[in-house]
Design a protein around this ligand. Structure first.
Ligand code: ZN
Length: 162
């Protein structure tokens, strides 16, 4: 039986992601394949949906609109923060991605603008609102272990190491 990508399998894939203008934003080329547990939210949902049923050696090419990738942009997620809320020694720069802790866990935002006392922070995912194209080649598929299913991520080479 040929191994195919299904719910609760661990897939290794090579991939290249491009914007609609052809610019590559991410690729596994020259690196180890990307390894992930299928169906547990490790990948954006559209990516998983498009490669379900693919066999080892198979190549797939697909386009994801924002609703199936990182979501639409939400202008309410652009907020103004008092500069005094940032650590004094922090070298704030426009375009910088800042990680922070909130009551809801880790968050990150991009600095859009810096004025005298106010920093404009964009909490949208950097890829929000973008249509993404992917070229994917399936390298390996194996069933997930009990432990991987319990943890919700792949272990071993290319996966999590605890
Ligand atoms: Zn684990």
């Amino acid at each position: 039986m040929k191994e195919t990508i299904e719910q609760d399998t661990v897939a290794s894939v090579h991939y290249t992601g491009t914007f609609v203008d052809g610019e590559v934003f991410d690729s596994s080329e020259g690196r180890d394949p990307l390894v992930f547990l299928v169906g547990h939210g490790q990948m954006i949902s559209g990516f998983e949906q498009e490669i379900l049923g693919a066999s080892v050696g198979e190549k797939r090419e697909f386009t994801l609109t924002p609703d199936r990738a990182y979501g639409e942009r939400d202008e309410d997620a652009v907020q103004q923060i008092e500069k005094s809320q940032f650590p004094e020694d922090m070298d704030l720069q426009v375009g910088m991605v800042v990680g922070a802790h909130s009551d809801q866990g880790p968050i990150q935002f991009t600095i859009k603008e810096i004025n005298e006392d106010i920093v404009t922070a964009d909490f949208n995912h950097q890829m929000a609102g973008m249509t993404l194209r992917f070229n994917v080649e399936v390298i390996e598929v194996r069933p997930a272990s009990e432990e991987e299913l319990a943890h919700g991520h792949a272990h071993g080479p290319g996966g999590h190491h605890h």
